[in-house]
Design a protein around this ligand. Structure first.
Ligand code: SF4
Ligand code: SF4
Length: 391
């Protein structure tokens, strides 16, 4: 029987583990990790099976390459990562183009390529997908996804389901997915109920306040055969805006895999060093007491990571989507992905200068963020010419 996994239980287990030797190289919940198909005490890679797709993936794969550096992609593939994740909009399409250049020199059976896109009509989806295929230089992708869904309604929208199904029937996508970083539990359950989507990419990290709710939805989806891939595992990468206090990214990644139903992850990287550090987790998910301490699980400090708790919903005088704006803030100030931050802001269709004529701010954030100040900071990105933005 699978052991339930929530933050409180995990802290208790971890405390017991630290004292009783449970925090071994095999990890505190190793007894409950039936999906681990290959690992050793040495250097072999740990794989888990991506739900009903049957694909076996290393725990840690390659998300967005923030510097668009093809050498990082080559190194990741040489090391043994097999899933490369991108999106139609990343770096205004340049990320897919860069991957296309790298992948043309690789055996098509040696990697899995995932991309995702937005679109409201069948025509928009088809056109965006054809553009992505062209940039990638591929006849098909392994996982095609609906980008950033935040509701059951959006996930199960008939037009999108039809368009994605058509692409799969045409053999241009082997599997279909949805990504979510807001209202995740609802979206994860919708994916499992859809009968169309095979995989969900969900925000998932040690800082999420609705961790238990997400875990319950993940259990539900995994039981239905949905493949689960974790995103945003770094929780903003830094505790502070000045980027002087980095989050222990390796510990954060290990934490994610204490849940046996997280089948893989796609952390983004900027440097060889980050890539190598991430890759080490493919050999060992055991959290040491020091790593656990680094995660500050017993402290309220969330750094720059908006919990997505939606406790600010409906509070803003101007109906601003505060949590989406906070996500954009994290992209820019935490990850230095200014193009993605801008893209996120653009999708929100904010009229005029956000917060400019509003005082005092009506929004109380559960984490104590000064919402008006952060919004003013990030809103400036809409004025920056796109050619100055990266990542
Ligand atoms: S200051 Fe900004 S976030 Fe706060 S209530 Fe006004 S418009 Fe909304
Ligand atoms: S209340 Fe704060 S932490 Fe929660 S969603 Fe809103 S901005 Fe994010």
């Amino acid at each position: 029987m699978q052991r339930s996994f929530d933050r409180r239980n995990f802290l208790k287990l971890s405390a017991a583990g630290a004292a009783g030797g449970l925090l071994t190289s095999a990890g505190p919940l190793r007894a409950a990790t039936p999906h681990v198909t290959s690992r050793t005490a040495g250097n072999e890679i740990i794989y888990r099976t991506l739900g009903k797709t049957g694909i076996k993936l290393p725990l840690v794969n390659l998300g967005f390459v923030r510097s668009d550096n093809p050498r990082i992609v080559n190194l990741a593939l040489d090391m043994g990562m097999t899933l490369i994740d991108t999106a139609h909009g990343y770096n205004n399409g340049r990320n897919e183009e860069m991957l296309g250049q790298v992948l043309r020199n690789r055996d098509r059976d040696s990697y899995y390529l995932a991309t995702r896109l937005r679109g409201n009509t069948e025509e928009q989806i088809m056109e965006a997908f054809d553009t992505s295929l062209g940039r990638l230089g591929l006849d098909y992708v392994d996982i095609l996804g609906l980008h950033a869904s935040a509701s059951r309604e959006h996930t199960l929208d008939e037009t999108r389901l039809k368009a994605f199904s058509k692409i799969k029937e045409q053999g241009k996508a082997r599997f279909l997915s949805v990504s979510t970083h807001s209202n995740e539990p609802e979206v994860i359950r919708a994916v499992a109920d859809s009968g169309v989507y095979d995989v969900v990419f969900t925000a998932y990290n040690f800082r999420m306040e609705h961790f238990n709710e997400i875990n319950e939805a993940i259990d539900y989806a995994a039981a239905a055969g949905t493949g689960i891939i974790a995103m945003k595992t770094m929780a903003g990468a830094y505790w502070d805006r000045e980027r002087k206090d980095p989050i222990n990214v390796k510990a954060a990644l290990k934490y994610v895999f204490q849940n046996p139903n997280i089948h893989s992850s796609i952390p983004g990287v900027e440097t060889f060093r980050e890539l190598e550090e991430n890759f080490e987790v493919n050999h060992n998910i055991g959290l040491t007491p020091d790593e656990l301490r680094d995660l500050r699980l017993d402290q309220a400090d969330t750094g720059m990571f908006c919990l997505g708790c939606e406790k600010c919903a409906g509070q803003c005088n101007s109906d601003l989507p505060v949590n989406d704006i906070m996500r954009s803030y994290m992209y820019a100030y935490g990850y230095r992905r200014t193009a993605l931050a801008r893209e996120t802001m653009d999708t929100l269709e904010i009229d005029g200068d956000a917060c400019a004529k509003c005082h005092p701010c009506n929004v109380t954030c559960s984490q104590g963020f000064n919402i008006a100040e952060k919004i003013r900071d990030i809103d400036r990105i809409r004025m920056v010419p796109r050619e100055f933005l990266t990542g």
